[in-house]
Unconditional design. Structure first.
Length: 267
């Protein structure tokens, strides 16, 4: 008989994922937690979720903690999501960029890589072989592995223009039929790395644009404030900070100048 996640055990996992990643799991996520962690109980032949929690929080169990974080984080994304941001990047930001200067973008919650490669296609169009780079980060090692491969089912291509498909993607044949592979030259411009936004950040340099989209919806207000304050020193003066259309920085930060409801500029 499969184990049942009781309220006390669910509360332990709520607190753990909040401490580790700043993610605020509502009570409506109890079934999700139960379903996603059930396979780990089977893996270790454990009888209860409480037993798994004890295993997770034992000393020197960083690898299993990462597995749990990977399972409990949601990673829904697609190419050219919220296309107005890419129009803004192309028409406003890149059109004003001085050629020869290294142009850097941080995709700070990149998930499985679709956002990062969408940015890369726009940059490649307009900057070509001139210096530019993208840092793409996520807390989940599982989705980062997928992102580095740049290999996606063909049903994920909605949003990519025909021009971008022909220029930057390879169509799979034979055993790879119904898939696409992002061209190696484009993949080489994106540096994928694990970063936990809820902890001290590594030395990443400074960026012209930072995308922090579709991740703050999982944080409470105080965590949002802390994360944005942690990130802003990495944005150049005059640089742009983009969040999702479904998110807001109201009450989070007051040092950025709003250009539209989801696009901000650092003075």
């Amino acid at each position: 008989m499969p184990a049942i996640l009781n309220d006390q055990e669910f509360g332990q996992f709520q607190q753990l994922i909040y401490q580790l990643a700043g993610i605020n799991l509502s009570s409506a996520k109890k079934a999700l937690v139960s379903g996603r962690l059930a396979k780990r109980l089977l893996h270790y032949s454990l009888d209860t979720y409480g037993d798994y929690f004890k295993l997770l929080t034992a000393a020197h169990n960083a690898d299993e903690l990462q597995v749990a974080v990977d399972l409990l984080t949601t990673n829904e994304t697609y190419f050219f999501r919220e296309p107005k941001h890419f129009d803004f990047l192309r028409d406003k930001v890149l059109s004003a960029h001085k050629s020869g200067n290294n142009f850097r973008v941080w995709s700070a919650a990149c998930s499985s890589g679709e956002e990062s490669y969408s940015i890369a296609m726009v940059l490649a169009d307009h900057l070509g072989d001139s210096p530019w780079e993208i840092v793409a980060s996520d807390i989940s090692t599982r989705v980062l592995d997928k992102a580095r491969r740049g290999h996606y089912p063909m049903d994920r291509i909605e949003g990519i223009s025909r021009e971008h498909l022909s220029r930057y993607c390879l169509k799979g044949v034979g055993a790879q039929d119904n898939t696409l592979l992002v061209d190696k030259k484009l993949r080489s411009r994106v540096n994928f790395m694990q970063v936990n936004l809820n902890q001290s950040l590594p030395a990443l340099g400074v960026f012209d644009v930072i995308f922090l989209r579709n991740v703050m919806i999982y944080f409470d207000q105080e965590t949002k404030r802390q994360i944005v304050q942690r990130i802003l020193p990495f944005l150049k003066p005059g640089g742009h900070f983009l969040i999702s259309h479904s998110e807001t920085l109201n009450g989070v930060v007051d040092t950025l100048h709003p250009l539209s409801p989801s696009i901000y500029r650092k003075p």
